[in-house]
Ligand binder design. Structure first.
Ligand code: SF4
Length: 400
């Protein structure tokens, strides 16, 4: 694949478009007013009986100093809020708690999710209690075991019993997990676990065409498990600034929406997905995403084909999270998929701090440990054809 470097990114795009310009896409003239008076659509969250906004406010940012985003999200009907114990050292949860303290009546309107990284009932309990204190609430609507690596991380009788106990005590209403590794395997196992109400997983215009993933989504949907898609832009460890990406952008801009909006719209077309969780640390991204969720314009068959063709043409930029393949080829000595995710944060999201944090959690020995490893068996096994050895070396150098 030939790539022409242009350095464009989602952030650059919005800088170029400006808040009003980005938000006005899709809604046409007078859109600022339209966006004020319209609200994000709603869908059932699995069989829970709850309707959620199809756009979820991803809270991986300092919400203590960014209360206006919450305020505006509410106005736009975005009342599914997502946070985690680990986000921004607690300032994400604390920011939501601050908002609930200032506006106590808002709490009941929000479908609130938090997550804990821990894996034992005792540890989960400790993090849940601290989360509730930070959030200034007595319950969360959905509690996730955060970023599971395989079904066994959550499919344990002790965790099942703990989740039931927390529900009985009214501290959580629904229970589930989030995952961005081995997603198809984790989702496929969920219906059989018998206690999973909701899942948040990587799902985008690339992954949605994978047969195993599609079957796993179908199985969860049939089982009444509420599904939330994340990482819907399909960014990878190699920034996709190809000519094809630019052409795709031009195609969608001519129709009145951005390529970022189009990639989200492709997911919303899948009715099995209840919501998209998107990091929205500023009003510009919030307005543009909300406008996309309210769009009266559908993607055409040609648009869908263009997205699928682009996914195929740039597969070598994308890590599909199938960690069981590359990491097994290395006998589990290196967290290749996590390093790829770190590179994605650095290169596609342009967030070096988050990239370093991801690597530090995955590789306590430090990124330089990657320089001493032989990645050739993993590279030979990778179905995406990623140049794993080179990318691991670059990660070690860029994130040292
Ligand atoms: S590096 Fe390749 S094999 Fe490993 S998770 Fe990514 S796509 Fe899958």
């Amino acid at each position: 694949m030939t790539q022409k470097k242009t350095g464009a990114s989602r952030r650059d795009f919005f800088k170029t478009m400006g808040a009003a310009g980005a938000a006005s896409l899709l809604l046409g003239p007078g859109s600022a007013l339209a966006a004020e008076t319209m609200t994000a659509p709603r869908r059932p969250f699995g069989n829970s009986g709850v309707q959620v906004s199809t756009l979820s406010l991803g809270g991986m940012f300092d919400i203590v100093t960014n209360q206006l985003v919450l305020h505006q999200a509410l106005k736009l009907g975005v009342d599914y809020w997502d946070t985690a114990y680990s986000y921004t050292g607690g300032r994400s949860e604390e920011g939501i708690g601050r908002y609930f303290t200032r506006f106590p009546k808002v709490r009941e309107r929000i479908f609130l999710v938090t997550k804990a990284h821990r894996r034992t009932p005792e540890d989960l309990q400790e993090q849940l209690e601290e989360s509730l204190q930070r959030l200034k609430t007595s319950y969360v609507d959905l509690f996730f075991v955060h970023a599971i690596r395989e079904p066994g991380d959550v499919n344990q009788p002790e965790i099942k019993a703990w989740a039931a106990k927390m529900k009985k005590q009214g501290k959580i209403k629904l229970f589930g997990f989030s995952t961005h590794r081995n997603m198809a395997e984790c989702l496929a196992a969920a219906p059989g676990m018998g206690f999973i109400d909701g899942i948040m997983m990587t799902y985008n215009y690339r992954i949605m065409h994978d047969k195993d993933m599609n079957q796993a989504v179908e199985a969860c949907h049939k089982a009444g498990i509420g599904l939330t898609a994340m990482k819907t832009q399909g960014g990878g460890p190699v920034a996709d600034d190809s000519e094809g990406e630019m052409q795709l952008g031009g195609r969608f801009l001519k129709k009145g929406f951005s390529p970022f909006q189009a990639k989200m719209m492709a997911i919303w077309e899948d009715q099995r997905i209840a919501a998209i969780c998107s990091q929205m640390p500023n009003l510009t991204i919030l307005q543009a995403n909300a406008a996309a969720s309210m769009s009266r314009t559908a993607l055409s068959a040609g648009d869908r084909r263009a997205l699928a063709a682009h996914a195929r043409a740039t597969a070598g930029c994308y890590c599909a999270g199938c960690a069981g393949i590359c990491e097994d080829a290395l006998d589990g000595v290196a967290p290749v998929a996590d390093v790829m995710r770190g590179l994605m944060y650095a290169r596609s999201h342009r967030d070096l701090e988050l990239a370093r944090q991801t690597l530090a959690e995955a590789l306590p020995a430090g990124p330089e440990a990657l320089l001493a490893m032989d990645f050739s068996p993993a590279q030979a096994a990778c179905p995406q054809g990623l140049p794993i050895a080179r990318l691991m070396r670059e990660a070690a150098e860029e994130m040292a």
